[in-house]
Design a protein around this ligand. Structure first.
Ligand code: C5P
Length: 304
């Protein structure tokens, strides 16, 4: 008898706009962000097993990733079993395409795809509301990887409002060799704010400009470009000055605009067309960088 397995995918994300508000007593920052899922996905295959395990393949070097119970995908699988009150296990195989610690929510996408894969494997049918609740308990970006598309995120970034009918946009992602730690980047922002005389706890409440949402629905990249922005960018650039060179080179070769994605160091360059995106990706590749043309807004986690 063959062992049952289920494969699910979940997308990486970029933050088209990321506004960071006050540091809260729980150590998180209030955010207002617009996420878009991109066509670079993680693929998780869950196979019936007595216990829980995870292994990786794909283009990303995963040597540094934990494969014990601290791994977010294993925590996701265990959380589904606990919520459903069942005693089952799963062997997870993750084809990893989204860079680690890249600001694209790759670990969150692993967790989101795992939630969907094991829920189907075990036929637990928890439903999207329960899976979203579990997702939020795993990390601030996991609910978005589950839902995909375009969404406004507030609170820790995990209170989502879906934005319907986003047009299609073309981007070039330029990856860095080494990741950046999200807590380090938030800490650097707080340090910069303190140095500028602004107590991190007193930062203004963040908001998303409704004109950006309108521009995303209308589909003109030049309109969207005016509202691209990331409050974490100066912190990411302070920790990794060469990111500025990537942004400047992107504009020099014709990108409409560029922004650090999330806490970086991935740079998302907005292109005017699919052809442009492919050309820019090949220009960066010729320079020895790792770059990829992607499309937004991609769907959320689902069975493949
Ligand atoms: O929840 P997640 O694991 O994605 O967050 C990682 C870290 O990033 C947090 O522990 C916190 O230091 C920082 N963070 C934050 N404010 C947010 C999200 C993340 O300060 N809204």
């Amino acid at each position: 008898m063959s062992t049952r397995s289920v494969t699910a995918t979940a997308p990486g994300k970029i933050n088209v706009c990321l506004r960071v508000g006050p540091l809260r007593p729980d150590g998180y920052h209030d955010l207002a962000t617009v996420f878009q899922a991109v066509s670079l996905v993680e693929e998780v295959t869950a196979t019936e097993s007595d216990g829980f395990s995870v292994e990786f393949s794909g283009p990303i070097d995963t040597a540094q990733l934990a494969t014990d119970d601290s791994n977010l995908a294993i925590r996701a699988a265990r959380a589904v079993a606990a919520a459903a009150g069942i005693d089952r296990g799963a062997a997870l195989h993750i084809v990893k395409n989204v860079p680690i610690a890249g600001g694209m929510g790759g670990g969150s996408a692993d967790a989101a795809a795992t939630l969907v894969a094991v829920d189907a494997l075990w036929e637990t049918n928890l439903g999207i509301a329960k899976l979203t609740e579990i997702a939020a308990s795993l990390g601030a970006d996991v609910p978005f990887a589950l839902h995909g598309g375009t969404a406004i995120g507030v609170d820790r970034g995990d209170e989502l409002t879906a934005v319907p009918d986003s047009a299609e946009f073309h981007w070039v992602l330029v990856f860095a060799g080494e990741g950046l730690s999200t807590p380090d980047v938030f800490r650097e922002l707080d340090r910069q704010r303190t140095a500028a005389g602004l107590a991190p706890e007193s930062a203004p409440r963040p908001t998303v400009d409704p004109v950006l949402i309108d521009a995303l629905q209308r589909g003109n990249p030049f309109d969207v470009a005016r509202y691209l922005g990331n409050d974490l960018q100066p912190a990411a650039v302070a920790l990794r000055p060469e990111l500025l060179d990537v942004l400047e080179h992107g504009i020099a070769i014709g990108a409409v605009a560029g922004v650090v994605s999330g806490s970086g160091p991935t740079i998302a360059l907005l292109a005017g067309s699919k052809n442009d995106a492919e050309q820019f990706a090949s220009d960066f590749t010729d320079l020895g960088d790792t770059a990829l043309a992607v499309v937004s807004a991609a769907p959320g986690a689902g069975i493949r």
